[in-house]
Write a protein of this length. Sequence first.
Length: 265
Amino acid sequence: MKQILSTLILMFSIAVVYGQITLQKTYNYSTAVVKLETLGYKYYLMDVPASQVRIYNMDHSVFKTISCSVPNGYYLADIKYVSENLFNSDSQIELVYIYYKYVPTSSSYYYIYGAKVINESGSDLLSIDGARYINVNKTGETEYKLFAYCYDYSIFPEKVWTNIYGLTGSLVSALNISGSQPDYFLNAYPNPATDIIRVDYALPDDIKSARLNILDSSGKTVKNFLVDGHSNHLALNVNDLSSGIYHYYITYDNQRTISKKIVVQ
């Protein structure tokens, strides 16, 4: 009897310990967290169909919805640097968003990119044609600059250039969820897809290889691929996948990026 009682107590103790992890909220989009300069921590996500960034309080209530205007035929690709004072000193929230357009040709296809810095009212602070990647780099003890890496894929070989912009503000701690994780770039298109989907990625210079994982809605891995710095994309045939929503992310050692969504029709 004592042995049975001891076993039950042990099982209860284990259940209490492992029961401390609880699901708080599920968002239907890849969600990140940011520490704003005066407002503190907020969640944010990118809604591609609605061309919006939604910012949430830590209790998951909606804090702000920011519209990201994109040209006709373009889609949002990435949101970066949600902040209050990085780009100017007013009281509004600002952010960078990158957008793209798929352009088919008679024999192939290419993509057109662009980026904007806007405030929460939607006013443009900066517009950059061709910008595919945006990074804010420290260039002095108290100096930060915005680097826009731009491409023109309509010609061969493609034209590549970098624009560098001075900034009035500086990064705050824990600005993005990445922490010590590498700064990966991930994007997939056309999305939704019916046949072939192209997954673009950019690995940091110090990472030689990683794995791209594709999961179904239940969390089961349906495809995974070895990727490296010798290429910047994978062309995937999705004909063997059932219609539905899939998520993809990159893993390296014990690190992983946030997941993004693919829709297969």
